[in-house]
Design a binder for this molecule. Structure first.
Ligand code: OMP
Length: 236
């Protein structure tokens, strides 16, 4: 599912409930950004909120990072497609059978199917965190491995950090979508993110979509923060 206008910024609505989320959304322009609904907000406010955002004209990335057996995960992405979301994600580490089952299950949705994206290595993880879960390769090598698996399974792209974008674009080609969180304008707090990049550098590196949460949602003036990022990147 692709819209004519293709805003690059996806605002992560990491709010505890619908009211503060809608207070921000009501100031936003669907021509300038898309919206991401993740685990916290979805668990509280659910499909109705997603529909409300779509009725306001926004494309919604449903970020529930499904990771389960193929039967369960493919049914979950079909439920997301029924909701009409623009993008949905699973964990690439769920493996080939799981990702293929998801891709196949979405085929019946035809042109209305959401983009199916796989999370590689969380942007909050560095090399030592990977060692902790038994992976001794660098984050970059592990991201490349999972991106290749994802492409072979026929998915539309991956979630990765912008730091890996140049390598992935070279390895997987221009059409393979790179969705990059861990975006931090120079003045913003890193928080729990480790593999970060500025909005401008991320787009120059090959990111297709910038997922941005706290630098906008926690700013004293969220609209001004979004506008500043928007004007920074619109000249690129
Ligand atoms: O799938 C995601 O969106 C995601 C993957 C990842 O590796 N890292 C990551 O931060 N995210 C999400 O992207 C958003 C980043 O938010 P901020 O760090 O506040 O900008 C959060 O909603 C995360 O859940």
């Amino acid at each position: 599912m692709q819209t004519l206008n293709d805003p690059k910024i996806i605002v992560a609505l990491d709010f505890p409930s619908e009211d503060p989320a809608l207070a921000l959304v009501d100031q936003l322009d669907p021509a300038k950004c898309r919206l991401k609904v993740g685990k916290e907000l979805f668990t509280r406010s659910g499909p109705q909120l997603v529909k409300g955002l779509q009725n306001r004209g926004f494309d919604v990335f449903l970020d529930l990072k499904f990771h389960d057996i193929p039967n369960t995960t493919s049914a979950a992405v079909a439920a997301a497609a029924d909701l009409g979301v623009w993008m949905v994600n699973v964990h690439a580490s769920g493996g080939e059978k799981m990702m293929v089952a998801c891709r196949e299950r979405l085929e019946s949705f035809g042109a209305d199917k959401p983009l199916l994206i796989a999370v590689t290595v969380l942007t909050s993880m560095g090399a030592s965190d990977l060692v902790g879960v038994g992976i001794t390769d660098s984050p970059e090598a592990q991201v490349s491995r999972l991106a290749a698996l994802t492409k072979n399974c026929g998915l539309d792209g991956v979630v990765c950090s912008a730091q890996e974008a140049p390598k992935l674009k070279a390895e997987q080609g221009a059409g393979f979508q790179l969705v990059t969180p861990g975006i931090r304008p120079l003045s913003a707090d890193k928080g729990d993110q480790q593999r970060i990049m500025t909005p401008t550098d991320a787009l120059k590196a090959g990111s297709d979509y910038l997922v941005i949460g706290r630098p906008i949602t926690q700013a004293a003036d969220p609209l001004a923060a979004l506008d500043a990022i928007h004007s920074e990147i619109s000249g690129l």
